[in-house]
Design a protein. Structure first.
Length: 268
């Protein structure tokens, strides 16, 4: 199915440039495929463009490093310049720079995996990660996207918003047998999150992993959140209390350190 793009009435009512929109659609499609390279016809069919036009676009992007191809020239994947652009985004974002030291401190205090994520449409994009001292590798990585209703980061951010902003489709996508798949169950969880002050992901995104998420309220509504992930096997009531205490304190310190509006450039 073709990716949806805005065809008119963009920012300030300016009509989008078709060739630029097609380029972005192609890069997003290749990025979403991860380690599954695509063939020319697959890409042409997915984006509903002529094969010849897709080939010309691919060759242009290959020459500039945004797309790579194999030795036969028949398989295509995302190129290294996408990584360089993503790294530049992280390095230039003032919120990410602000949060990183506090993730470091919390990671040292807890020895568990810490994340920072940002709401992007219906997903959460992971912007920073600090690995567990035990090096129990989970699926989350910088640049990875997960549906917002699935994990601790996303639920912490959804809880800051009215129910009308919940994903419209139902059933919701399930990643594990514990994922919320109905609006009713998700809404009840978000209500508990508001009362509690933080979200809990009990194996909803990854089996064997529990997460605790805190929205960062330096923006209203909050766009960013931090979380701690811990294996079920290491989670005791005492350990849970310790994690919540440390992450809540980190959240308070981050919000206190955030400059007032107008003190720095923040992007929409």
């Amino acid at each position: 199915m073709r990716l949806m793009t805005q065809t008119a009435g963009g920012a300030g009512g300016v009509r989008e440039v078709k060739s630029a929109a097609r380029t972005v659609e192609l890069l997003e499609l290749l990025a979403a495929r991860g380690d599954r390279p695509a063939r020319l016809q697959e890409l042409a069919d997915e984006l509903e463009v002529p094969r010849s036009s897709m080939y010309a676009l691919l060759q242009t992007l290959i020459s500039r490093g945004w797309v790579r191809t194999d030795l036969t020239g028949s398989l295509y994947g995302i190129g290294i310049h996408a990584l360089l652009a993503g790294t530049s985004y992280l390095d230039s974002d003032p919120r990410v720079r602000l949060v990183r030291p506090y993730l470091d401190e919390a990671s040292q205090a807890l020895g568990e995996t810490l994340h920072m994520g940002r709401l992007d449409g219906r997903d959460v994009a992971y912007l920073a990660t600090r690995e567990s001292h035990e090096y129990l590798r989970t699926i989350t990585r910088v640049g990875r996207r997960l549906p917002a209703h699935v994990g601790a980061l996303g639920k912490a951010l959804l809880a800051e918003r009215p129910e009308a902003e919940l994903p419209p489709e139902e059933p919701l996508k399930a990643l594990t047998p514990h994922t919320h798949t109905t609006h009713a169950s998700l809404a009840a969880d978000l209500a508990a999150t508001r009362t509690r002050g933080y979200s809990i992901d009990r194996e909803e995104g990854v089996l064997g992993i529990v997460g605790f998420g805190f929205a960062l309220r330096y923006d209203r509504p909050a766009q960013d959140a931090i979380s701690c992930s811990v294996p079920v096997a290491r989670l005791t009531p005492e350990r849970e209390d310790r994690i919540v205490t440390v992450i809540r304190e980190a959240r308070s310190r981050i919000e206190a350190a955030a400059p007032a509006a107008g003190g720095a450039t923040y992007w929409r």
